[in-house]
Design a protein around this ligand. Structure first.
Ligand SMILES: [Zn+2]
Ligand SMILES: [Zn+2]
Length: 133
């Protein structure tokens, strides 16, 4: 059981089980969402995650033509989680919002065309290949 929360604590997620994947994303939307050079999210099925609090929603389109919903705290602005995928059934939790590091390491690094030159993801490619063997 893991917990994740926004900066002020109004939005709290209680998460059961392991993530399906942890993904590092360099797209411009993740850069703007986080204010950092890339975003990192742990992906779950929605039934693994219990949500308390009343987040606001920011919905946007994606390059692949799907919708994406970011859920953020109206008081402190932290985006704690989002729904993605064609059926909006992949629940991503911002890795930085966990109370304790859960030990999950990224298996993929995506949108590298937008990657800042100084960010080195070679270790992630290695972990991906190890995870697949
Ligand atoms: Zn908050
Ligand atoms: Zn992204």
């Amino acid at each position: 059981m893991a917990t994740a929360r926004c900066a002020c604590g109004e939005i709290v997620l209680t998460i059961a089980g392991e993530p399906n994947a942890t993904v590092l994303c360099h797209c411009k939307d993740c850069q703007r969402r986080t204010g950092a050079p890339f975003g990192v999210g742990n992906y779950y099925t929605p039934d693994q995650v219990r949500i308390s609090g009343s987040p606001k929603v920011y919905e946007r389109g994606t390059d692949s033509g799907n919708r994406m919903r970011n859920f953020f705290c109206p008081s402190c602005g932290t985006t704690v989680y989002w729904l993605a995928g064609p059926a909006l059934d992949r629940l991503g939790v911002a890795t930085g919002t966990f109370d304790e590091p859960d030990g999950a390491v990224p298996v993929r690094s995506v949108y590298e065309a937008r990657k800042h030159d100084w960010v080195d993801t070679s270790c992630i490619a290695l972990r991906y290949s190890l995870a697949r063997t």
